[in-house]
Ligand binder design. Structure first.
Ligand code: ATP
Ligand code: MG
Length: 446
């Protein structure tokens, strides 16, 4: 993309309404525009990051054997009357009447609807196990929408639902979700710690939340800091292998890590000297096993091998897709702007032309731009007629992980500069080497 042809409405001033850094940078970098409290338009660069995150979520769910579908945002109230949650859910639910005076609602989550789909089409144990998920907009009329997309009223969530014959099968689905979530967050450059949590309105007794450590997080967390060093890395995991999946979960949940709701001070005090930490975290996901809480009242049954009719065991599993955009910025920025991890960056590299209009410099930039595109990378070429300082400031603010700087002096010696946004370190090399280096870096993130 050429910057002169893009839509990147960067703000010079710090927006007064933004209290935390991710909100401030998302507004300043022209990623979002608030339309009313807790409801945002995603401007092109924000939308690009959102789609990258969505894509990683899809890839990791499909890798775990889960099946995508799409349910609507509007739901009939009657489904929620069946589960008893229509009255229980309270003021967070946006209730709507259609022209026929029928009660509708904008879905805050989809347990009821997915259970309805299941009971309409599945009736035999032979069709299990089954995990269906979608990535769809939710509405929760939060009392205090704030911090930009971190606590919106309309927000994008991945929510998945498993249907299993037995509790053991459903716990395997739970573990599969935990591992797939760990991989998902790692690919986004995040350390998200699974913490034992309390269940809230979804119900059920088995639940973990995934928290990204950040001083601006809304949850108070207590943890053994050795958990932050745990990584899945490139490990191949067979999601059908129960023992293997369960061993990974154990590895990631044995060290103490809890939110204030489940905190146990006696256990916390027993953590070896120097490792017990109290901090704050951003909840980027949660997984639940809740058994037959919805299948029983809603009649989601299957016939077993010996002819009995039993309600299925279920769980639900959510990732805060739009919240993640803010959470990643909270975890990765400096005082000049955002620092995108390669896995989610809107553009792979920026090209800065130090002397726009100079024949040789323009030609070199064009050649690098074409070569990066030919490698399947997605560069952003700052081809504006602006001073170098202004171009650098924009690149630093929007946070592309790599910058190729092209100027007449370097070119005279056959060199351009490749700069890491994270470390600030620059290296001189030929344009060909810069392209090859970037191709190699991004190979690891495909
Ligand atoms: P919270 O405690 O932050 O209100 P929750 O526990 O009610 O969230 P879940 O029902 O577990 O939320 O939803 C799954 C994920 O969706 C959460 O882990 C979070 O990342 C995201 N999410 C929930 N509410 C919001 C919101 N208002 N804005 C943005 N993302 C949200
Ligand atoms: Mg939650």
């Amino acid at each position: 993309m050429r910057l002169t042809r893009y839509f990147l409405p960067v703000l010079k001033e710090n927006p007064a309404e933004a209290q935390i850094v991710s909100h401030r940078y998302m507004l300043r970098a022209g990623m979002i525009k608030q339309q009313t409290a807790g409801i945002y338009s995603w401007l092109p660069m924000g939308y690009k990051v959102l789609r990258r995150i969505e894509e990683i979520v899809h890839q990791e769910q499909i890798r775990a054997g889960h099946i995508p579908l799409l349910m609507p945002t509007l739901q009939p109230a009657d489904l929620w009357r069946e589960s008893g949650r229509y009255d229980d859910y309270g003021q967070e639910m946006l209730r709507i009447k259609d022209r026929h005076d029928r009660d509708m609602l904008y879905g805050p989550t989809n347990e009821e609807m997915i259970t309805d789909i299941f009971r309409s089409h599945v009736s035999s144990y032979k069709d299990l196990p089954l995990t269906l998920y979608h990535i769809q907009w939710k509405f929760r009329d939060e009392v205090r929408p704030r911090f930009g997309v971190m606590r919106g009223r309309e927000f994008l969530m991945k929510d998945g639902y498993n249907f299993d014959l037995t509790k053991e099968d459903a716990l395997h689905a739970y573990n599969r979700h935990m591992v797939s979530y760990l991989r998902t967050y790692e690919r986004m450059g995040l350390t998200a710690i699974p913490m034992r949590a309390a269940s809230g309105p979804i119900g059920g007794d088995n639940t973990h939340e995934f928290l990204v450590l950040a001083s601006t997080g809304e949850s108070e967390v207590f943890y053994d800091d050795r958990v932050t060093a745990l990584k899945l890395g490139q490990r191949e995991i067979d999601y059908d292998d129960r023992a293997e999946v369960s061993a990974v979960c154990e590895e990631f949940t044995t060290l103490y890590a809890r939110t204030d709701e489940t905190h146990d001070d006696a256990v916390f005090q027993a953590i070896p000297e120097g490792h017990g930490k109290v901090g704050r975290g951003i909840e980027v996901g949660q997984i639940f096993y809740f058994g037959t809480k919805y299948s029983e009242p809603m009649g989601a049954n299957v016939v077993t091998a010996d002819g009995a009719r039993v309600p299925v065991h279920m769980g639900s599993h959510g990732i805060g897709v739009s919240r993640l955009v803010g959470a990643i910025i909270e975890a990765s920025h400096d005082d000049k702007g955002i620092i995108w991890p390669e896995g989610v960056t809107p553009f792979s590299a920026g090209i800065v032309n130090l002397k726009q209009g100079d024949g040789a410099t323009d030609a070199a930039c064009e050649a690098i731009y074409a070569a990066l595109k030919a490698k399947g990378l997605d560069p952003l070429y700052d081809d504006r007629d602006e001073r170098a300082g202004a171009k650098f400031a924009t690149m630093d603010l929007i946070g592309l992980p790599w910058r190729v700087t092209v100027g007449p002096r370097g070119l005279a010696a056959g060199k351009v500069e490749l700069t890491s946004r994270r470390t600030g370190v620059s290296e001189e090399m030929s344009p060909e080497d810069a392209v090859a280096r970037l191709a190699e870096i991004y190979e690891a993130h495909r």
